[in-house]
Design a protein around this ligand. Structure first.
Ligand code: RIB
Length: 297
């Protein structure tokens, strides 16, 4: 499996509640955690046992060095990490007492991941996992190249933006949360599974499967093999950062090992729920042993 995406240093502050416009609030001391949707999803899949190559850009700065070292501690292929003369990506995150977060990303080096920096043998990829924190043109080019080689393409459309048709056509699995689905379709976010299934049906192509996650309300999917819904497992939420990444990483790991869609969604959902019980992005991502124990399989 290959993951093409962002690598960020997360600067995290816990707050009683997020500030409103023009308001200042006092928070906790800040903490630094390795993050970035691309890196988080790569680490999530690798901790469950998937062989993963990470393709991305880091700055030649202290954060870049720390992020590279963090990725080296995971079982990831890092031959296609580029070190560029731009500050590393960073994300500024507030986490409220109820575990909900707000994130602002400064893309930095991630914006330097141009299509020219993609590996020359990309067409030989079996599973490709993409998000939208690196240039859209790179994402679309990578998706088309992998699909032309017969590989499977998974896109987590986060952060949400309008998707070009050429990208949509190259995607086999589109994973999106309820807010992002609302943005992409310019409608109100779905509030329950039936609404979400309708949006999934609008978003899917003839060959693609769409998964919409609904946080504590579970997730739904619709594709050529059918449709379904799973409830979220109830947990005591500490921090929802990277829950979506844990979900997507687990989904692709499960699909790449031949699990049927319903089972892959169940495992993804459990991995996301377990991640919500711990603080931070990559520090919170479960190992296969932890997932087995939590989801009893
Ligand atoms: O999905 C969570 C991630 O979004 C954080 O780790 C942050 O870096 C942003 O990319």
């Amino acid at each position: 499996m290959r993951v093409i995406g962002s690598i960020n240093m997360d600067v995290v502050v816990e707050v009683e509640r997020a500030p409103g416009t023009g308001e200042t609030v006092l928070g906790s001391d800040y903490r630094l955690h390795p993050g970035g949707k691309g890196a988080n999803q790569a680490v999530a899949a690798a901790r469950l046992g998937a062989p993963v190559d990470m393709i991305g850009c880091l700055g030649q700065d202290a954060y870049g060095k720390a992020l590279h070292e963090a990725l080296q501690r995971e079982a990831l292929g890092l031959d296609h990490l580029h070190h560029v003369d731009t500050p590393s990506g960073a994300a500024f995150i507030t986490v409220e007492r109820n575990g909900q977060n707000r994130i602002v990303v400064a893309p930095g080096a991630n914006a330097q991941l141009t299509a020219e920096r993609l590996p020359s043998d990309l067409e030989r990829t079996d599973w490709l996992l993409l998000q939208l924190e690196v240039p859209l043109e790179t994402v679309a080019t990578a998706a088309r190249r992998v699909r032309s080689g017969g590989g499977r393409v998974v896109l987590n459309a986060a952060p949400a933006r309008t998707l070009p048709d050429t990208l949509v056509e190259a995607v086999d699995y589109l994973v999106i949360n309820e807010t992002e689905a609302g943005v992409v379709l310019a409608v109100d976010p779905p509030t329950h599974a039936e609404d979400a299934l309708q949006l999934a049906n609008r978003l899917r192509t003839k060959h693609s499967t769409v998964v919409i996650t609904l946080g504590a309300k579970g997730s739904v999917w619709s594709g050529p093999a059918g449709q379904g819904a799973v409830d979220a497992l109830p947990v005591d939420v500490v921090d929802t950062t990277a829950c979506g990444d844990a979900y997507v990483g687990a989904l692709v790991w499960a699909l790449s090992t031949g699990q049927p869609m319903w089972r892959a969604v169940e495992l993804a959902s459990a991995n996301g729920a377990l991640t919500a019980t711990r603080a931070g992005a990559q520090p919170a991502l479960p190992t296969i042993q932890e997932l087995r124990c939590f989801a009893s399989f």
